[in-house]
Design a protein around this ligand. Sequence first.
Ligand code: BTN
Length: 267
Amino acid sequence: MTPAFDGERFRALARSLTLGRECVVTELTSSTNDDALAAARSGAPHGTLFVTDEQQRGRGRRGNTWHAPPGEALLVSVLLRPELPPERASSLALVAGLAVRAAVADALAAAGVAMTVRVKWPNDVVVEKRKVAGILVESQMLGEKLGAAVVGIGLNTGRLELPPEVAARATSLAALGASVTREALLYAVLSELEVRLARLEGHASPLSTLVTELSEHDALTGERVTVGELEGTASGIDERGNLRLLDAATGRTHTVTSGHVMVKGWG
Ligand code: BTN
């Protein structure tokens, strides 16, 4: 059986970090995002972390449920109190996506696995077209301002128990041949996140600081995609975190602010 997440081991690793100074570890909870949102309402500080082995009501975007067998995924929510305009909060999913991407790429490289890890707009991390992690950002307003943003990350580390139709679209670090402890992985993700959050702070166009990195690791550029009613070729992510979609028939480039992306030829 996979050992429970070891809070002491993680704290020892993460001493140098700001994120995770306050860290609540549970074996079972409803949803770490709910835990973090409740803590935000009670005034918990920036960087408070909620980690669990198992969720009863883990959720994803668009009302989806997020399921992972106990101990087989890194399930974590980080409470942030960023200096960001409220309409920019959703771009934190891309910022976290880059952080997770970097941590996963390092874990695969350390295991000698030569595979490309990319960010799939707006909130997934994929390894060669298969989802390894999903991110859910939920915000809390304080008057007109962004009071808190909770960044929930589900990163498949171990065994996957998925119906066959989903199995073709998902993967895990273990399935790819990398074994890394969840404590070390969380430390890596948070270190990568801290660096990128520091770059956003006080910037008039926060995501512009990460546009180059996003374009280097964008899973969708050049792919034929459908988002709702729109169809076209993905042509990058702009500095507001929107997806650009080129409609070859009209020559028009659409700016997509949200939605679910279906990629032609992916599982
Ligand atoms: C998605 O792919 O739609 C996003 C999935 C996000 C899942 C994580 S698991 C930890 C945190 N708690 C939740 O209830 N959801 C997020």
